[in-house]
Design a protein around this ligand. Structure first.
Ligand SMILES: Nc1nc2c(ncn2[C@@H]2O[C@H](COP(=O)(O)OP(=O)(O)OP(=O)(O)O)[C@@H](O)[C@H]2O)c(=O)[nH]1
Ligand SMILES: [Zn+2]
Length: 217
């Protein structure tokens, strides 16, 4: 790759190149180049011409898309929750229908849906948008739905130290739709419960009763 092409890659992806030393930057540029060559090979293997007009820039587009799908690796998602407020609220806080788009680590196929994140505060409450930002940070990684659910619950537990945390995720997995078993109506629900939500069925029921009503907003 020419020096100019290398510079172009480094400029296009400042988030992965900015903070590293020169050796690390060169390693990432090499990896980017190998990845794009591999995508070219894959196009050929599948039976198309990687040099035709519509595909010529595809390796670069795929690299760009993958760096976007995985931008959560380049942040600490739970750090968003550190923005807390002293508000004397002792009851449920539930942010529902947080849409997310993640990447199945087995097939690199998307899975997407909504996360419902609730907690009963102890002393600290966090900004509502920070919960959604944290969900984004864990979703934008190679994931399985169960780990995503657990990581969200554990982040709330660790940073806010609430009386309890409950997370429910509903998602559709593209690896089950257009390929493999091809069940495009199937969706998957997962939950994680901690503290008072694990101990008290009434507290879980309160969370679930809110979800049973369609959001009117
Ligand atoms: N538990 C769990 N499984 C997942 C998730 N995403 C994808 N999978 C599953 O991962 C499994 C991988 O199974 P393998 O037998 O190794 O791969 P495969 O031959 O492509 O499997 P099929 O999808 O059944 O064709 C499949 O059953 C997928 O449905 C997830 O988030 N959680
Ligand atoms: Zn999959």
């Amino acid at each position: 790759m020419s020096f100019n092409e290398q510079k172009l890659i480094a400029q296009k992806f400042p988030d992965i190149f900015e903070q590293d030393d020169a050796t690390e930057i060169h390693r990432k540029i090499d990896q980017s180049q190998h990845f794009m060559e591999a995508v070219k090979g894959l196009i050929e293997l599948c039976g198309d011409d990687p040099n035709r007009d519509g595909l010529i820039e595809t390796p670069y587009r795929v690299l760009k898309a993958f760096l976007e799908y995985t931008e959560g690796y380049r942040e600490d998602p739970k750090a968003h929750l550190l923005k807390t407020f002293d508000v004397n609220h002792q009851e449920l806080v539930l942010v529902r229908d947080i849409e997310f788009y993640s990447m199945c680590e087995h097939h690199f196929a998307p899975f997407f849906g909504v996360a419902h994140v609730g907690y009963i505060p102890n002393e600290k409450i966090t900004g509502l948008s920070k919960i959604a930002r944290m969900v984004e940070g864990y979703a934008k990684r190679f994931q399985v739905q169960e780990r995503l659910t657990t990581e969200i619950a554990e982040a709330i537990e660790e940073i806010l130290q609430p009386k309890g945390t409950m997370v429910v995720i509903e998602a559709k997995h593209m690896c089950m739709c257009g390929r493999g078993i091809k069940k495009s109506n199937a969706s998957t629900a997962t939950s994680s419960v901690r503290g008072i939500f694990a101990d008290r069925s009434e507290t879980r029921a309160e969370f679930l009763s809110i979800l049973q009503r369609p959001s009117v907003l």
